[in-house]
Design a protein around this ligand. Structure first.
Ligand SMILES: *Cc1c(COP(=O)(O)O)cnc(C)c1O
Length: 436
């Protein structure tokens, strides 16, 4: 690795190496109209994914009764958090003047994290492909909730490498459809996630190593078996599109809340980032909805800022956080990824406005603040997003300190994307000092 060359190219690498909290403005960001035709996926791909999820909705509603109120569409609330805004302004040094909303993917049905979007979508897409090829499928998708269907999918295996939440989503949906499902878990994965999966009949293989190796092993095992399918978190267009659908639904939720998005009313979105699929897919979707009026910022742990490192150096998956002396270890298990997705990095490198990093201690400040002020629990990984709302003004090229910018920010809507938490067991929450 040519570290001196990288240093010259990206001064932020020194700060990353020192594990400082940074606010990096992406110099490569482009007007959306200029680049949307050059991206590997298009608006029609997002529409296709949305339609597929709608086809499966009757099955989901039947198999997972908690989704019945939304007729089998797995979607989360968008919630005003005024008291949290006060907390951030009073106690965390923030200067948030516009509206602050929480996108509660922490409370998504079935698997309680943002992975219920991409992960479940990919399993459903694979299922539809197999069912069509096997002549199993007519108009009625509730056939997937039958013994005959489960016996059919029992011939097939699904493998996935995960730090936890992707494994939960793939495992729960895979097992519900009858697949033989194996989740390859990295060392960071929490014990309760492994236990829950085993209870659902999922095979959990544990690794001492980090996420990238767990993925590698899963990929290898699946490759040796023609009846096996590997959900490739590092390279999957299907996962990415499953996440992107969120943006189409968010547009409707914003309209219901009378939130206007235009040049004078920017939408500013903060997304916790691991390997990049979830924040990347959501960003891709949001850019198609709102173009240059939406600003998407990723947030990563100071010890695992893989996407920042990949984008700032232009090396993407050819560099990992260990190459600059970081551990890759963090309490934010969902973000404990050392090497970013090249597919995602290349797709969104001109769409993402910037990246923040956050230290582990801050995650708990945000976690307890949200609990104490709003009575909402989200997991540490998800709390990373608050760092963006707190440190936005450090993005001084995008938001300079002048009257016009102040006016725009007063009219802005900020969305903190809460990516997980509702399935965290009570004992785990209490250990974090959040008691009912
Ligand atoms: C997976 C995950 C993320 C990040 O998603 P990536 O696709 O890995 O970037 C963020 N928060 C939580 C809680 C997650 O589980």
């Amino acid at each position: 690795m040519h570290l001196d060359l990288m240093d010259a190219k990206a001064p932020v690498v020194e700060e990353i190496r020192a594990a400082k909290e940074v606010a990096w403005e992406n110099p490569g960001v482009c007007p959306f109209d200029e680049i949307k035709g050059k991206l590997p996926l298009a608006a029609s791909d997002i529409a296709d994914a949305e339609a597929r999820l709608a086809r499966f909705a009757p099955f989901i509603a039947k198999k997972f009764p908690e989704t019945a109120p939304l007729h089998g569409i797995i979607e989360s609330p968008l919630t005003d958090i005024r008291r949290m805004k006060d907390f951030l302004n009073e106690s965390c040094g923030a200067d948030i003047t516009g509206r602050l909303l929480l996108k509660q993917d922490s409370h998504l049905a079935v698997s309680g994290s943002v992975k219920a979007r991409g992960g479940i979508y990919e399993v459903l897409k694979h299922t539809e492909d197999l069912a069509l090829a096997g002549g199993l499928l007519g108009e009625d998708y509730t056939v997937f909730d039958s013994e005959e269907s489960r016996a059919f999918f029992g011939k097939y295996a699904i493998h996935v490498g995960s730090t936890g939440n992707l494994g939960l989503s793939i495992g729960i949906m895979g097992a519900a459809l009858g697949y033989r499902t194996t989740v390859h878990m990295s060392a960071d994965a929490k014990a309760w996630k492994k236990k829950l999966l085993r209870e659902r009949g999922v095979t959990v293989v544990e690794y001492d190593s980090d996420y990238s190796l767990a993925v590698q092993e899963g990929r290898k095992l699946a490759a040796g078996d023609p009846f096996s399918y590997f959900v490739d978190d590092e390279n999957s267009a299907a996962l990415f599109l499953g996440y992107a659908v969120a943006a189409r639904r968010l547009t409707k939720q914003l309209a219901e809340k009378n939130v206007v998005v235009d040049a004078a009313h920017p939408l500013i979105v903060y997304l916790p980032c691991g390997v990049g699929g979830a924040p990347g897919g959501v960003t891709f979707g949001l850019k198609h909805e709102f173009g240059d009026h939406v600003y998407c910022f990723f947030v990563e742990p100071t010890q695992a800022p893989c996407m920042l490192l990949g984008m700032a150096t232009g090396l993407h998956n050819e560099i990992c956080v260990q190459d600059v002396g970081l551990t890759g270890r963090t309490e934010a298990d969902g973000l404990a990824v050392g090497r970013p997705s090249k597919f995602v990095g290349k797709t969104v490198e001109k769409l993402v406005s910037g990246v923040f990093t956050v230290s582990d201690e801050k995650l708990y400040v945000y976690l307890r603040g949200l609990w104490n002020r709003e009575g909402i629990f989200i997991e540490p990984s998800a709390c990373a997003a608050f760092q963006g709302a707190v440190k936005l003004r450090e993005m001084s090229r995008l938001f300079p300190k002048d009257g016009e910018t102040e006016e725009r920010l007063r009219s802005a809507c900020h969305i903190v994307w809460a990516t997980g938490g509702s399935m965290v067991p009570k004992e785990e929450r209490e250990a974090l000092d959040v008691k009912a």
